[in-house]
Write a protein that binds this ligand. Structure first.
Ligand code: FE2
Ligand code: FE2
Length: 197
């Protein structure tokens, strides 16, 4: 299948429309925010919309199915993911499914979008601007915890993309602390790499 927004909608419907209506709607909202952010930070708009639409398709699987897919495809599993939150692996699964569904005639583009889908849960130490946009959009879409940041980004209060990622990670860590949850330690690595820039 060719990598287009229209085909991404077909794939999104295939994975989430029946199994998880809320995630389906969230994905559409994230894609719309991705479009806004891509225009602001000069990233290819269609790629951002596609990554937004498909970032959570791995959420259609159970914990057991996620672990099975990881083992079958040699996907890295960190301790936190295995012991605390198997669902945190859904970014890697969404990325795998994306690569399976679309053809690789443009391998560079396929990998560019797949990496952003993978990175939306906890970032990585070498985030592209597309990775950052999908990560931000996932957290600031109108129904998420950091939605109050969206107008600040849109109307120029927040203009630095690294600063924006940093604020979101710090808020995630703070919320986890407050509710006595362990936060995803991969976020610490991402934060460190962002602060070094
Ligand atoms: Fe997600
Ligand atoms: Fe999401």
């Amino acid at each position: 299948m060719e990598i287009t927004v229209e085909n991404a909608i077909i794939v999104l419907k295939k994975y989430l429309k029946k199994t998880n209506k809320e995630k389906f709607k969230h994905s559409v909202r994230v894609s719309k925010v991705c479009e806004i952010l891509a225009k602001k930070w000069n990233v290819p708009v269609e790629d951002a919309k596609i990554a937004g639409l498909l970032h959570d398709i791995g959420k259609s699987f159970s914990k057991q199915e996620i672990l099975k897919l990881c083992l079958e495809h040699n996907i890295t599993i960190y301790d936190f993911e295995l012991l605390e939150n198997v669902k945190a692996l859904h970014g890697r699964i969404s990325s795998l499914l994306f690569k399976k569904e679309f053809d690789n005639t443009n391998l560079e583009r396929l990998n560019y979008i797949a990496k952003a889908i993978d990175a939306h849960v906890s970032g990585n130490s070498n985030m592209s601007d597309l990775d950052k946009i999908v990560f931000i959009a996932d957290n600031v879409e109108p129904k998420k915890d950091d939605s109050m940041m969206l107008p600040l980004i849109q109307f120029g209060e927040i203009n630095n993309i690294n600063e924006c990622v940093k604020i979101i990670i710090e808020r995630k860590i703070k919320r986890a602390k407050k509710s006595k949850r362990v936060h995803n330690p991969l976020l610490d690595n991402t934060l460190e790499s962002i602060e070094e820039r």
